[in-house]
Design a protein around this ligand. Structure first.
Ligand SMILES: [Zn+2]
Length: 331
């Protein structure tokens, strides 16, 4: 497994002197996709958004008083019913992205600070997704679970919700992971993610800690701010034990608490499910923080990402891995 990095030094004349700025280009050990880390401090305070919380609450389709009337229904597996568990409610995505495309409203409350998300919020949602998944017809399917929280993470609706895509066709990145994982397993006779855990546990630079049956680490070539990965012991999503789902859910809440401490309020996560793909793949969860939402927020995805598929971030994985590792058990 190779952790390749290149460094370019940019010289700029500022405040009467020449300043040297290192730009680190890192290659993802599985996909070889590159990311750039610019070691500069940036201001992430974009102001409050109280009015936005109130105004969106007045029409929100996921708030309890409206969801029964407004939620689109899934007719084939769910027989046009809403599925509920705890605060989670599952229904069809009005904007479907794949053959089966679902939404889960995950909390009763319309807006939560990141530290207010609980293990049960994610656990209950994952249980409903498992139930749906187990009833899907046979055949290869790419299952993706994702979440955008707040506008700066791409969410049109503030109310916390998860999206699920079951598609006969992989997304572009999922295909890269699948191909990379297949090649890796052929050469190394084990799956990439377990090999990564072994490697990262040894050098400890990016290893964070564990939750029930789950390993957490900072990715070597981050795709955005504070990019972490959760790697479960149980390979397939559909038959994960409750203990395994608790491990994944608890890890998410710990990372969200960390984001809040660092001044963030917005995030994305995505779970790539190994089910029905082949034994070289392992379910994995990726999570990162997005530009904090506020009155004056800016989008952190610009031409480099949109058109060149090159991620840019301002934080060093080894630095924030150390910070999170030290407080992991207490979060
Ligand atoms: Zn709402």
């Amino acid at each position: 497994m190779e952790f390749r990095r290149e460094v370019e030094i940019a010289k700029i004349y500022v405040n009467g002197k020449i300043e040297e700025n290192p730009v680190e280009i890192r290659f993802d050990p599985l996909t070889l996709q590159t990311s750039r880390i610019i070691k500069k401090s940036i201001n992430l305070n974009f102001g409050g958004f109280e009015e936005e919380i109130e105004s969106t609450r007045s029409w929100c389709p996921f708030c309890s008083e409206r969801i029964e009337n407004l939620a689109a229904r899934e007719p084939i597996i769910m027989k046009s019913e809403l599925w509920k568990r705890g605060e989670a409610i599952m229904f069809a995505n009005l904007m479907p992205y794949s053959k089966f495309s679902l939404v889960l409203r995950v909390t009763e409350k319309h807006y939560l600070k990141l530290s207010e998300f609980k293990t049960e919020h994610f656990f209950d949602a994952f249980k409903l997704i498992q139930e749906f998944f187990s009833r899907l017809p046979e055949g290869k399917i790419y299952a993706t679970i994702g979440m955008n929280y707040l506008k700066s993470a791409g969410s049109s609706i503030m109310h916390p919700h998860i999206q699920v895509l079951f598609s006969e066709n992989s997304t572009d990145y999922f295909a890269r992971l699948e191909w990379g994982a297949f090649s890796f397993a052929e050469l190394n006779k084990k799956d990439f993610w377990m090999a990564l855990v072994e490697e990262e546990k040894k050098n400890k630079e990016r290893f964070i800690g564990t939750t029930e049956k789950t390993y957490w680490l900072a990715t070597f070539a981050p795709k955005g701010f504070y990019h972490f990965m959760g790697i479960p012991e149980e390979r397939n999503f559909v038959d994960m034990s409750d203990e395994q789902l608790i491990g994944l859910s608890k890890g998410i809440t710990k990372i969200l608490k960390f984001y809040e401490r660092k001044g963030f309020n917005s995030f994305n996560f995505s779970i790539f499910c190994a089910d029905r793909i082949g034994s070289s793949f392992r379910t994995n969860l990726q999570i990162l923080a997005r530009s904090p939402f506020g009155k004056y927020y800016w989008c952190d995805v610009f031409f480099t990402k949109m058109l060149q598929d090159e991620s840019v971030t301002f934080f060093m994985p080894e630095d924030y891995a150390k910070e999170l590792r030290e407080i992991w058990e207490k979060l």
